[in-house]
Ligand binder design. Structure first.
Ligand code: B16
Ligand code: MG
Length: 212
């Protein structure tokens, strides 16, 4: 097993492709408000909390909004997003992710989730992983979103391990930064694959079997 004993996985963009649903839901809101929104802006939202994401989108708005209006926009986006999540099923967990998780578990690693999303329990249930992980740390138990390391530190704590023996798996630059600040090794993939702060740069999720 080497130096590492636990793995803390980001959810959105790592375990499943809910990142696309975030995009669609934000796009619907931005279009309604007449605010330009594209994949480039969307990539800046990865790993960032819902309200912080809204603030990034509103940077391109010509109009200023009150806090009450912003709360309503965040709620509207989440309602759209939840409608999309309802369509998810265990079929949205790829064979690659399922097989890799099972192999890592069989090798003795403790497995945790470290996600900024408050929808984490619902998503895990939809994809058939409701009871799978040894611990879940998510947007419901943190006060600071990524790039703060809090969500990963709580994840490691919940599996009883020090960050120095845990690997964080991330697809967001904000998440890579949080992992490094928290004292974790970091395997980066997707949008954050080439982040120079990451320990490993993965082409796909199953590369974990080679790294660990
Ligand atoms: P919610 P992760 C993050 O999940 C998403 O990447 C980010 O786009 C989203 O704004 C954030 O969760 C909050 O999500 O609105 O569902 O609470 O990548 O940390 O798993
Ligand atoms: Mg992510």
């Amino acid at each position: 097993m080497g130096a590492y004993k636990g793995i803390v996985f980001d959810l959105d963009g790592v375990i499943c492709s809910t990142d696309h649903y975030h995009y669609l839901a934000w796009k619907k809101l931005a279009d309604r408000l007449g605010i330009p929104f594209d994949e480039q802006v969307n990539n800046r939202l990865r790993g960032v909390s819902r309200m912080a994401s809204l603030e990034i989108i509103l940077e391109k708005s010509e109009k200023a909004y009150t806090d009450e209006e912003k709360e309503a926009f965040a709620q509207e986006k989440n309602d759209t997003y939840r409608e999309l999540l309802k369509e998810m099923s265990p079929k949205d967990l790829t064979d690659e992710v399922r097989d890799t998780l099972n192999e890592l578990r069989a090798r003795g690693y403790l497995l945790a989730i470290g996600s900024s999303s408050k929808n984490t329990p619902f998503i895990l249930e939809r994809i058939g992983l409701g009871d799978y992980f040894d611990a879940v740390s998510d947007g419901n138990n943190i006060t600071h979103s990524k790039p703060d390391p809090e969500v990963f530190l709580k994840g490691a704590e919940r599996i009883g391990l020090d960050p120095s023996v845990c690997v964080v798996v991330e697809d967001a630059h904000a998440g890579v930064e949080g992992a490094v600040r928290g004292g974790f090794a970091c395997a980066a993939m997707g949008d954050a694959k080439d982040d120079p702060r990451a320990t490993w740069h993965m082409d796909s999720f199953s590369d974990l079997k080679k790294i660990l």
